[in-house]
Design a binder for this molecule. Structure first.
Ligand code: FES
Ligand SMILES: [Fe+2]
Length: 412
């Protein structure tokens, strides 16, 4: 892929352990490169099974100039296609979400079934071969109910992340949940600032009074230092004690932090503070109907972070999923979904305000932090600053992964 000499130089001289130079957050050329080298080449978490519970249910997601259509077919498989008609290219489904029997182009009514096969195309003559005009498929993986797509011709390996993560995720039975709430926010900041902010909890104490009721900051890749030794040691002991209890009921909790092929992810089941049940204002479950076959509420929080664009918290009673979609160099969509057991009844088993209180507040606080960072990066005085070796190791992992992928793409 062709990039300017300036962009190549920026990628090649990236200083390890430091935030990125300003053009990474501001430049339109780098934004276009991000969409091509990252969002078109890697596994992007864009949806969840409960977005498309029935055959014909679809969602659309915009990844740069590509629109991806995610649809459940008649055999209950989740499929993904480019949302582009094979006649003259009109966008097929023009809503964020909906239900169709077949996929019918609004322009000249070419009609595709849910497998993407072209079924009807009037006035095309006898020589026209319908079989050569199926929808273009997009790689899709359904990991325990989390839907990932990859629009590359050849997708990076997914089998290793699946093998590692299924034992952690499957007990929470995401496919049998429903979306109790969804909030889309648009942050006025570059997507990498959203992700960098997500990969550390250095800022939590000062900024997240609601989140830190239940969450221990130490679970975020902290390294032991003289300043945090007491807290870290106590936390490590709690992890071991709770980990043993969870292992007895078949729930793995050990940290996995891996880069397999180019698919980077991290997971750990972390103890929660106070009653230890859920990420709520009182650390107790927000939904009385527990997920899967769970019989106890204090299962901590299973966190799952993926490169480049998602993180998720799985608890005994609810799941919160976050998907980050870049909109422009300076604008990012953060899509948050709160999932409860599909049979849980609103007003009886859960209250939406209580369910969403912590992450609604936290998201808004994080939005402000990302926007402060974006404004700072626009200043002539901005220069890359050092990440803390004790609290920002995972930020460096994200940034190194990102720059590494750009370097691969441009052959740097
Ligand atoms: S562009 Fe879709 S039917 Fe013509
Ligand atoms: Fe935060």
């Amino acid at each position: 892929m062709k990039v300017s000499a300036d962009v190549r130089a920026l990628i090649e001289r990236r200083k390890e352990g430091h935030s990125l130079e300003a053009p990474f957050y501001l430049s339109e050329e780098i934004f276009a490169l991000d969409m091509e080298a990252i969002f078109r080449q890697h596994w992007i978490q864009v949806a969840i099974e409960p977005d498309v519970p029935e055959p014909g249910d679809y969602v659309t997601v915009e990844l740069g100039s590509d629109s991806i259509l995610i649809v459940r077919d008649d055999d209950m498989q989740v499929r993904a296609f480019h949302n582009v008609c094979r006649h003259r290219g009109a966008r097929l489904c023009n809503e964020d979400k909906g239900t169709v029997g077949n996929i019918v182009c609004p322009y000249h009514s070419w009609t595709y079934n849910l497998n993407g096969d072209l079924m009807f195309a009037e006035h095309m003559g006898e020589k026209f071969d319908r079989c050569k005009h199926s929808l273009k498929s997009v790689h899709v993986e359904n990991l325990a109910g989390l839907i990932f797509v990859c629009a590359a011709e050849k997708a990076p390996d997914f089998s290793a992340i699946r093998a590692a993560m299924e034992p952690y995720l499957l007990p929470h039975d995401l496919p049998n949940t429903k979306i109790a709430a969804q909030i889309d926010i648009i942050e006025k900041g570059n997507w990498k600032l959203t992700m960098e902010n997500n990969r550390e909890c250095y800022h939590c104490v000062a900024n997240h009074p609601e989140l830190t009721i239940s969450l221990y900051e130490y679970g975020f890749g902290y390294q032991r230092s003289p300043a945090n030794a007491d807290g870290m040691d106590a936390f490590a002991e709690t992890c071991i004690k709770r980990g043993k209890e969870w292992a007895e009921i078949g729930l793995p909790s050990a940290e996995i932090d891996q880069l397999l092929d180019t698919t980077g992810f991290r997971t750990q089941r972390l103890p929660l503070d106070r009653s230890g049940e859920s990420q709520t204002l009182d650390a107790k479950v927000a939904s009385k109907k527990l997920l899967g076959g769970f019989e106890q509420a204090d299962l901590g929080g299973l966190s799952f972070w993926t490169q480049p664009n998602s993180w998720h918290h799985f608890m005994s009673d609810h799941i919160v999923t976050f998907s980050v979609i870049p909109l422009s160099a300076g604008e990012t969509l953060v899509r948050t979904k709160w999932l409860v057991h599909k049979d849980a009844v609103e007003g009886v088993d859960y209250d939406v305000k209580n369910l969403t209180a912590v992450w609604n507040a936290t998201n808004d606080q994080d939005r402000a932090l990302v926007e402060f960072s974006q404004r700072g990066a626009s200043s002539s005085a901005y220069e890359p600053g050092p990440y803390s070796p004790f609290t920002e190791g995972l930020v460096e992992k994200f940034t190194a992964w990102y720059v590494g992928r750009l370097a691969d793409k441009i052959g740097a």
